[in-house]
Design a protein around this ligand. Structure first.
Ligand code: SF4
Length: 490
């Protein structure tokens, strides 16, 4: 299948999430089928490609990867071939490496007859130097992803330990390998006899562990995937932790370092994670509503209705409405099935733009003062189309309120915000952005307000795309992207 076009990309300029990972060790179960439904729940984390790899009792690896959505890539025939008791799965959006089938995950690598299947969410900031070193050691690469670098690094360490001690030691190989990795990594690895969860010492991307009613352990990027497969949330994988779980469900935990300083991506709370996933025991929905409440306290404006840009803006809009005592109404109806398509829109449809995705309720909007809540503005072009759509529906006044601060800096930890020239807030004042998008007023939540809404300390989070303060050092080879500047008004 050739990936031709994405209407979503044209009508949605939200930053794109890197990936979702899912793993399970469940002797006697149809693990591929469970992984399918787990990945289904993690589809929002990556829609470009997906894959499932299983290990059977005879140490055979079965794998299927495809460009496209989980529902397009797998059917009964494919799942039937994915035999085994241990599984790892992945949904991908490309942040490192292009959207090519060879970059799809899981990545398979092996030392002698010991194979691993690796799925990764995040982004290594030192992937290039690790890759160069591995190439010098004689390793070759089939993909352009940092995930393959990790897989090959584990294999290299495994071979080294075998040479020195004449034994295969997965745990030691993983710890040695991931101690060399810098950046964001939430990883699940499957082998013939274990499932492993690894999280970077900053805990940038989420990763959690659940358990099924049969006592089988599940690893998932978000807890929403545990719910869908009937598993109970047990706990998060701690920042810097390596958790190995074997066939009899025995857990072995170790840490990559003693210097653990969590810096969770605050954008996960604002936009990326599903609202029904948990962060520190509370739903993401709860945090988004609090952001909306704080936004109302900071930038109240009298209006007839508070409306949201669905779906991600909705919890904040409800919070804003509750705090400001203004009525909340649905006013933009989302076509939930437009999603990814393999069909090119005609020029006429392309011109409809955002209307393919959002249809306004004119009888709610016409003649009214409207507060529109969205979670973020990246390039500004979608907000401009959105304001026009609401204006064309007869709104008297349009006041945009954004439940994140201005996005001004690129992300190097697995989110597709590449350089400052893409970011309207890096190059324009808030008033200039308001003028550009055509709103009567525009206000963002303050940086302090965003932190306050979480109820946690500033140090708990990475906020680099808002503040420019990067918790994990950016190597000089990537520094250029941090400072690239150009006027970008569209
Ligand atoms: S830079 Fe922004 S998107 Fe990237 S990890 Fe930090 S908070 Fe998240």
């Amino acid at each position: 299948m050739t990936f031709i076009s994405s209407i979503n990309d044209e009508i949605d300029d939200k930053p794109k999430e890197a990936c979702g990972v899912f793993g399970l060790i469940a002797p006697g179960e149809d693990v591929a089928r469970v992984a399918f439904f787990g990945l289904y729940a993690l589809q929002h984390r990556g829609q470009e490609s997906c894959g499932i790899a299983t290990f059977d009792n005879n140490n055979n690896i079965h794998i299927h990867k495809e460009i496209g959505l989980v529902s397009q890539a797998f059917d009964e025939t494919v799942l039937a071939k994915l035999k085994g008791e241990i599984v790892v799965g992945h949904t991908r959006y490309s942040t490192t490496g292009s959207n090519n089938i060879c970059n799809a995950q899981p990545i398979i690598a092996s030392y002698n007859d010991y194979g691993i299947a690796l799925a990764h969410n995040g982004n290594l900031v030192n992937a290039n130097s690790l890759r160069d070193t591995l190439i010098k050691r004689g390793y070759s690469f089939e993909s352009t992803t940092d995930s393959e670098v990790m897989a090959k690094l584990v294999i290299y360490e495994m071979a080294k330990i075998d040479k020195e001690k004449n034994q295969i030691n997965l745990k030691e190989a993983i710890v040695n390998a991931f101690r060399q990795c810098k950046g964001a990594f939430s990883v699940s690895i499957a082998t013939k006899d274990q499932i492993v969860a690894i999280r970077d010492p900053d805990g940038v991307r989420p990763l959690c562990i659940g358990i099924t009613n049969k006592g089988h352990h599940v690893i998932s990027s978000e807890s929403c995937a545990l719910d869908i497969v009937g598993a109970e949330f047990v706990r998060d994988v701690a920042p810097g932790e390596v958790v190995l779980i074997n066939r009899i469900q025995k857990i072995d935990s170790t840490f990559l370092t003693n210097e653990i300083k969590p810096h969770h991506c605050i954008f996960e709370l604002i936009y990326f994670s599903r609202p029904d996933s948990l962060f520190r025991g509370l739903s993401i929905y709860h945090f988004r509503k609090e952001l909306g409440r704080q936004l109302a306290r900071e930038s109240f404006v009298d209006a007839d209705y508070v409306i949201s840009v669905p779906d991600s803006g909705t919890p904040a809009a409800i919070g804003y409405a509750e705090e400001s005592k203004l009525p909340y109404s649905e006013a933009l109806i989302k076509n939930r099935y437009i999603g990814r398509t393999f069909i090119q829109p005609t020029q006429m449809l392309r011109e409809l733009g955002i209307r393919l995705k959002l249809n306004p309720l004119k009888d709610i909007i016409a003649g009214k003062k409207i507060v529109v809540i969205d979670d973020s503005i990246v390039r500004g072009n979608t907000s401009k189309k959105l304001v026009k759509l609401i204006r064309d529906s007869g709104a008297k006044e349009i006041h945009m309120r954004i439940s994140s601060p201005p996005v001004q800096w690129p992300c190097f930890y697995g989110i597709d915000i590449d350089s400052r020239e893409q970011l309207i807030a890096a190059n324009n004042s808030v008033d200039e952005i308001a003028k550009y998008i055509g709103a009567d007023s525009l206000k963002y939540i303050s940086h302090e307000g965003m932190i306050k809404a979480t109820g946690l300390s500033r140090e708990t989070f990475c906020t680099a795309c808002f503040s420019g303060e990067y918790p994990i050092e950016i190597p000089s080879e990537l520094e250029g992207a941090k400072h690239r500047y150009e006027t970008a008004k569209g």
